[in-house]
Write a protein that binds this ligand. Structure first.
Ligand code: FES
Length: 144
């Protein structure tokens, strides 16, 4: 099963005290390890929100640890499983027109969240009831 940002945040938040920097670094290391050697660009904002710290604090933390590397390349995966595939087919065609150096589009298998579909995953975070309006909004937030 693919790495899930929300699950990872939940796990590391349960491991340490609130604001525990070691848990934050462990989360960032796992994000990097599970995503091809770079921290997906969306992770600092999501982790900052979950931990109640500023994103700028996390970005500074990443810069201070030379082994951590932040990506500016975003990965969009559309579920093409039995339940989402037909509904996501049109969205996939649209997503592929937006593909470029900062956006990689992938077709994925069932995310085991069929009841909430159609599902997409952007930089490790799953979004339910996906449609073109949602995708356009997410890409605009990333400046893509
Ligand atoms: S088919 Fe999309 S989550 Fe199962």
């Amino acid at each position: 099963m693919a790495w899930d940002l929300d699950e990872a945040i939940g796990y590391y938040k349960s491991q340490g005290a609130p604001g525990d920097q070691n848990a934050l670094v462990a989360l960032l290391r796992e994000a990097q390890q599970e995503n091809g050697g770079v921290i997906p660009a969306h992770v600092p904002a999501a982790a900052a929100e979950a931990y109640g710290v500023k994103e700028s604090f996390l970005l500074a933390l990443i810069r201070r640890i030379p082994s951590l590397r932040l990506s500016d390349r975003h990965v969009l995966e559309l579920c093409c499983g039995k339940n989402c595939g037909r509904k996501n087919a049109e969205l996939l065609r649209y997503a592929e027109t937006r593909q470029g150096p900062r956006l990689e589009v992938r077709q994925g298998g069932c995310m085991r969240l069929c009841g909430k579909g159609p599902n997409i995953r952007l930089d490790g975070r799953v979004y339910h009831k996906a449609d073109r309006q949602l995708l356009e909004k997410l890409l605009a937030e990333l400046g893509i």
